[in-house]
Design a protein around this ligand. Structure first.
Ligand code: NI
Length: 135
């Protein structure tokens, strides 16, 4: 159920917020505020080492010595956490691999760090998301 509450803001801050809303293509202030609140809750889930969802992306040259074996071994070591993976052969040399991972925040971070630090990974990221269960 939706509840209303009023918020007082300084003129300048409200003007900046309305500009932000336009830039980010929100249709109203409420949805923008809801997203900002949820973003903070997601940060807290990661900070408090709760169960989270992470999306790990890796760009690498598959010719790099043993990189496929290493990536594969690490994923098998953490198979309980990995919900799904997608591999895209982007061109003759470069691969993009996306892993959707579910688990305790510290474990997800550790897995991402291990993969991203592998020799031959040109670009690696961990997008910190949420199971969405608690808000
Ligand atoms: Ni490939």
């Amino acid at each position: 159920m939706l509840k209303r509450f009023s918020v007082s803001l300084e003129d300048g801050l409200l003007a900046d917020f309305d500009e932000f809303i336009k830039r980010r293509q929100y249709t109203n202030r409420s949805e923008a505020i809801r997203d900002l609140i949820r973003r903070e809750f997601v940060q807290e889930e990661w900070g408090e080492d709760k169960e989270v969802i992470g999306v790990i992306s890796l760009v690498y040259d598959h010719h790099q010595f043993q990189i496929l074996e290493r990536i594969n071994d690490i994923q098998h070591d953490h198979h309980q956490m990995i919900t799904s993976t997608t591999h895209v052969h982007m061109d003759h040399d470069n691969c993009l691999e996306i892993l959707i991972v579910r688990g305790q925040a510290s474990a997800v971070r550790q897995l991402a760090d291990r993969l991203i630090a592998l020799r031959g990974v040109k670009d690696g990221h961990l997008a910190m998301s949420s199971t969405g269960k608690s808000f």
